[in-house]
Design a protein around this ligand. Structure first.
Ligand code: FES
Length: 177
């Protein structure tokens, strides 16, 4: 039998039984998300809770946040992890104030993604997957973000930046530095 090989997701997770603790206000917000779904389908609230609550409150999807959601939604911890690790909008580790997610899939790649990524990384002095020393920028290369017609593109927070050129990227970074 083949041995499981740690990935850049799993090798950073310290698995414990600890569950996250949230304020009464956040708990009410969590319940309001769950209430949008039928009682026997409350696991449908998993993605909103991961993105809009756990990641916001804890900075990223951590072991304690996953344990909390598994218990709250009556699902297995592995159900939470398999969802959390599928979507690039969910971070398994701390990221910088600005998380630059560059689409690396076909349309973006053939329209200049390697040059865009190289330019951003050179300018920030980091490699994809790294965060600048001041904690301001993280660069990631991610799969298709659904904006193929405006390739090459990247996402920062909830904003898309499309039809990128080196000049556009410089202007964008200038506005964030
Ligand atoms: S290939 Fe880049 S957004 Fe689809």
């Amino acid at each position: 039998m083949a041995l499981a090989v740690p990935t850049h997701y799993t090798n950073q997770v310290e698995v414990t039984d600890e569950a996250a603790v949230f304020s009464p206000e956040v708990l009410a917000e969590i319940d309001s998300h769950i209430a949008k779904y039928p009682p026997d389908r409350k696991r449908s609230a998993l993605i909103p809770l991961l993105l809009l609550v756990v990641q916001r409150e804890r900075g990223y999807i951590d072991n304690a946040g996953v344990n909390f959601l598994a218990k709250k939604l009556d699902i297995e911890v592995t159900d939470v992890w398999e969802t959390a690790t599928f979507y690039s909008m969910l971070n398994m580790h701390a990221v910088g104030k600005y998380h630059i997610q560059i689409c690396k899939t076909l349309s973006c790649r053939i329209m200049g993604e390697p040059e865009i990524t190289g330019h951003i990384c050179n300018r920030l002095g980091i490699e994809p997957g790294e965060t600048t020393a001041d904690g301001k920028f993280t660069v990631s290369r991610v799969e298709c973000l659904g904006s193929c017609g405006t390739a090459p593109m990247l996402q920062i927070g909830f904003d898309y930046h499309e039809d990128l050129t080196i000049e556009k990227v410089d202007k964008l970074l200038n506005s964030l530095e």
